[in-house]
Design a protein around this ligand. Sequence first.
Ligand code: PBG
Length: 321
Amino acid sequence: MLIRNRRLRTNEVIRGLVRETSLTPNDFIVPLFVVEGKNIKEEIASMPNYFRYSLDLLEKEVKELWDLGLKSVLIFVKVPDNLKDNKGTEALNKDGLMQRAVKTIKDAVPEMLVMTDVALDPYSSYGHDGIVENGYILNDPTKEVLAKMSLSHVQAGADFVAPSDMMDGRIKAIRELLEQEKHFNAGILSYSAKYASAFYGPFRDALDSAPGFGDKKTYQMDPANREEAIKETLQDIEEGADMVMVKPGLCYLDIVREIKNTVNVPVAVYQVSGEYSMLKAAAEKGWLDHDAVMLEQLTAIKRAGAQMIASYFAKDAVKLL
Ligand code: PBG
């Protein structure tokens, strides 16, 4: 035998030396769910060991994240039903929950990189990411609201906005308004290739944001498609996105690699709620080794080309690194 591949697998030292991918705390963005109230840390029923926090306890949580080396967060808010309408009016409230959450985090840990979710669904009485008319989600009026919403988040102190809505032209609308208002360093992490996925179910429980009618297939992408992921992503970069994202993670690693090989901006992956809950459930039943499978999945996402991973496992993972 001239070639024995197993030589480089003989022991952990040589395996470590030839290892191409390793995880570090710098790889993670931590999604955070925020609710109104005081002293609330409530577990999300379909996401074991993941919680919604009121602002007072959010402060404690982000300090803990920082001490673990987790330095970026992505905020989502659960909006009370009486504040929801078709136009996402509450999203623009400068004293809204999102705006206060950004300030709370920046006051508690000034260096924490704060990203905010930009889409209408948590604010929408229809549970859709945009304004609804006759059962259809309007594109152009929605992108104007998303731009104002982004500006409001940045004015509250957000470092990055993360539009997750999949309307056409929203990156340009957001970028132009931020430039016009002289927020030159405000970043945009665009959900560029976001699929109409059944893996978002637990997230919609977390925010009580499931669509009230229909589905999101007229704006989110068809899981069967690859070419349009490239098209969407290149377009977002042209419109001014600083970083792009593929979502969900595991089922879409072919897309991640293809985008990684095509673009010259950092590529993020969102390992979504259903991916989290699936492993938690299997581990609860004793069918899978939770920690081993978690690290294998995260490593695979990074190996596929993710520069950063938004993941509900971030805290569990860094404790093992
Ligand atoms: C809303 C949004 C969703 C997620 C992030 N932002 C849900 C959706 O599009 O319905 C999903 C995240 C997850 O499942 O973890 N615009």
